[in-house]
Design a protein around this ligand. Structure first.
Ligand code: IYR
Length: 223
């Protein structure tokens, strides 16, 4: 029902083209500095920072504004150990037969293996759950919409917020991830989507020597 009462005025600053270009360029330069990091300092990060980062993620657009996500922020050492143990068990199987030779070859530049020490080292693990449906008071199921798209967008916003805070993150996909439902006692309408360790980078950390696609490799203009 699109009655006027459902709508409120929206005002935001706009910029002339030159300033727009500078702002867009500066944001690009800022985001170009983001790198995925696989080692973390164990230096603590205040809960309030994590809360702000998650609330930025939660500003993402979502299907019918259902915000079909739950972010579990884990700093508890015992839980982190449990998560590491279960993830390494799955990853061992992945690296010893479940992943194709081509896949393993594609991963060589990143020097990954089944060991996942970052799951204990990082001060925070954010486990992102997607919510396939909601249950009302009568136990009726109400499906959410475009759940993968929505939660993917929220994770993108989260990574940008982590970067803005001067922290680093890893988008980790232990596979399969269903052990997280059990370890974190999540309800049956939630499925683990991504596991994102967040922390300070350790001093003198190294990252793979990568280049990003150039402008003409990623944009096709139709003018
Ligand atoms: N989930 C595994 C393997 C892995 C897969 C891809 I694609 C990566 O970009 C990185 C790792 C792991 O976390 O090691």
């Amino acid at each position: 029902m699109n009655t006027d009462a459902n709508f409120v005025p929206y005002v935001r600053d706009t910029y002339p083209p030159e300033e727009m270009e500078i702002r867009a360029k500066e944001f690009h330069e800022f985001m170009e500095q983001r790198r995925t990091v696989r080692q973390f300092s164990s230096k603590p990060i205040p809960k309030a920072v994590m809360e702000q980062i998650v609330m930025t993620a939660s500003t993402a657009p979502s299907g019918a504004h259902k915000q079909p996500w739950t972010f579990c922020a884990v700093s508890n050492a015992e839980l982190k150990s449990k998560i590491r143990e279960a993830a390494e068990k799955e990853e061992y199987t992945n690296y010893h037969g479940r992943m194709s030779d081509t896949w393993l070859k594609d991963l060589e530049p990143f020097a990954t293996d089944w060991h996942k020490p970052f799951l204990e080292e990082a001060p925070w693990l954010i486990i992102v759950f997607k919510r396939a449906y909601e249950l009302d008071e009568d136990g009726q199921k109400h499906n959410n919409y475009y759940v993968n798209e929505s939660v993917g967008l929220a994770c993108g916003f989260l990574l940008a917020a982590v970067h803005q805070a001067g922290l680093v993150a890893l988008t980790h996909t232990p596979s399969p991830m269903n052990f997280l439902t059990k370890v974190l006692s999540r309800p049956e309408n939630e499925r683990a989507f991504l596991l994102i360790p967040v922390g300070y980078p350790p001093e003198q950390v190294k990252v793979p020597k990568l280049t990003r696609k150039k402008v003409d490799q990623v944009i096709e203009f139709y003018e």
